[in-house]
Design a protein around this ligand. Sequence first.
Ligand code: COA
Length: 383
Amino acid sequence: MAGRDGEERVVIRGLDSVVAGETRVSYVDGANGFLIYNGYNIHELAEKVSFAEVVYLLWYGKLPNAAEKESFRARIVSEMRLPSQVIKMIELSPPSTHPMAVLRTALSALSMFDTDSDDLSEEANERKCARLLGQVMTIIADLYRIRHHQSVLSPDPKLGIAANFLYMFRGSIPDAEEETAFDLLMLLHADHGFNASTFAARVTASTLSDIHAGLTSAVGTLKGPLHGGANERVMDMLDEIDTVHVVESYIEGMLNDGKRIMGFGHRVYKVEDPRAYHLRKWSERLCHRANQHHLYEISHRIEQIVMEKKGIYPNVDFYSATVQHALGIPREYFTAVFAAARTAGWLAHIVEQYADNRLIRPTSRYVGPWDQKVDPIEMPRKS
Ligand code: COA
């Protein structure tokens, strides 16, 4: 439809399939179910490298050698500390506030205590990336511990990045199996093309606002149930279905009521989400280990029924719920854990946006009225 200026304005609802920019960070091939981080297939990375190596890859465009890997790990771990004022703010947050809302606020507050915050030079941005990746994990871990009346913990200099996050959160050092599972979960969530929160981060960065602002936009965007918030709703659904025998009737009821099944469907993937493949395997293993095998069985049955009735596949959020649950993470923190992992990708995208920036500023089709006249409540101002 043409606007008043005669220009044709075609609206692509939800920017579906719109190519909004270039990136080397990651590629999502929705038709074939591939996810590529800077040239490497996620399946290969999942088998062979750690979360720390993937973060290095996303930021520096190459996998680290052994020495680079160790110094990068040690550097991020050393950054897992918060200014005391931000810890105080976390303490002051009302207990009912969702962890993602606390994370959004604490992250924004961090900018006030970071002397680099308004310095957008490459060197300052590099420092902030390392600092923020560590600090996001610490905000989430500290929030959990403060709310459970436990003292906040310092990172263990010997542990990996993901293992430290789990350690500072739960207070116990993960065993080898837990560490592998959690590290993989973080790796699988690290980046995913121009998804909604990454796009929000890039829009903010494109105004040449600061990195903290970009991350704050991203966290606010990830929070929604159509994006990262779905994993928490998956756990609610599993609670409502207490036995595998009622899965079919439950799903039928949901679909008949026009409701969405959380953790299913994807804007880009038309086949299986490659991240779900790995998380399904770990869900089975960890649920079994934690004597929660019924949760995996119910999940697997849901997957079969949704495929039968709607032909749609689980996305990353579906099995991530039971993996996190079996690792002892309470559901209200699931999305925040996703955010901690995705911070790696958000930071890579923000820096990439700065490096070749053009203000992201689309247009719209105006559908409001024209030629309205003001009927003043008060007498017109005299000029
Ligand atoms: N449950 C039931 N039906 C679903 C569905 C779901 N989770 N996801 C998509 N569909 C159906 C829609 O109802 C629609 O069916 P119709 O053509 O009969 O109307 C069709 O699939 C296409 O859905 P659409 O909303 O156009 O796809 P989208 O690209 O806009 O949606 C999501 C993508 C992620 C928003 C959507 O799949 C969803 O809401 N999923 C649940 C939330 C979730 O898990 N989010 C995490 C994403 S990683």
